[in-house]
Design a protein around this ligand. Structure first.
Ligand code: ZN
Ligand code: ZN
Length: 258
């Protein structure tokens, strides 16, 4: 079985599924995707993701406020720790830094990131990290705040090998998305080739970043199969090996799945 380690089930347009989330989840199951982590992007939507997770045994969720989220309630450490007690919450995030989408004085973004790392340490849950055009500060803050104590995942990884290496030294796994299937992503495929078996995860980030051959369409957890097939090809491993090791890694990081 495969596990989609990062998707946003509450944000997928269900029109092709007759408006039914269960049909989307059925399509995932038909493609061998046995579990999904539905990632929270702001506190205003936490109840939505928590309800989806509570209603489906094969869905877990996280709690956090995305670095790109503006005009949303700023979380405190206490609030994140409190929400993380929800039985379906297995991680804190997504959090991190994004200097691509937003510019100007982003001290608030770094503060928000620190808050999440502190909450993760206090609740003893791993972190889901989003980083874009900010690799140095991301690694620096993870170090300064002692994130190695809980570890986590660098989601939708699209950085260089040096960043991957530093993240792995801090106990962070490297999760590959549909980007690894894109024609112009040869440099990323070289990174994917080098990541040790014990640090590899797969994800869709659905509804975003549909892999080849579905580029331009709405992404869905079922498509994590295409990401895994590309990794198998690039790494010279059988698809069954990719399935087994990414599922084992997921469980080691986020806990058992049903
Ligand atoms: Zn992200
Ligand atoms: Zn995401």
């Amino acid at each position: 079985m495969l596990i989609d380690s990062h998707c946003h089930l509450d944000r997928i347009d269900l029109e092709p599924f007759d408006g039914e989330l269960d049909k989307l989840l059925g399509a995932a199951q038909d493609n061998g995707v046995g579990h999904m982590l539905c990632v929270c992007i702001d506190l205003e939507h936490f109840n939505d993701v928590a309800e989806i997770a509570a209603a489906h045994v094969n869905v877990s969720c996280s709690v956090g406020v995305h670095p790109d989220a503006t005009d949303v309630r700023e979380p405190s450490v206490e609030e994140l720790v409190d929400l993380a007690r929800h039985p379906q919450v297995v991680a804190i995030g997504e959090t991190g830094l994004d200097y691509y989408r937003l510019q100007g004085d982003l001290e608030w973004q770094r503060e928000r990131f620190r808050t999440h790392i502190r909450a993760a340490r206090e609740s003893k849950k791993p972190l889901i990290i989003h980083t874009r055009a900010a690799k140095q500060d991301t690694i620096r803050l993870l170090r300064e705040e002692g994130a190695a104590e809980v570890g986590g995942v660098m989601h939708c990884f699209a950085e260089d090998w040096d960043t991957a290496r530093q993240a792995m030294e801090l106990g962070f796994m490297i999760s590959f998305s549909g980007i690894v299937t894109f024609k112009n992503a040869e440099a990323l495929r070289e990174v994917a080739r080098e990541v040790p078996d014990d640090f590899l995860l797969v994800e869709t980030d659905a509804p975003y970043l549909s892999p080849v051959p579905h580029r331009g369409k709405t992404n869905q957890p079922a498509f994590v199969r295409h990401v895994s097939e590309k990794l198998a090809e690039v790494r010279g491993q059988a698809i069954e090996t990719i399935e087994a090791l990414t599922t084992a890694n997921y469980k080691r990081l986020f806990g058992p799945v049903s």
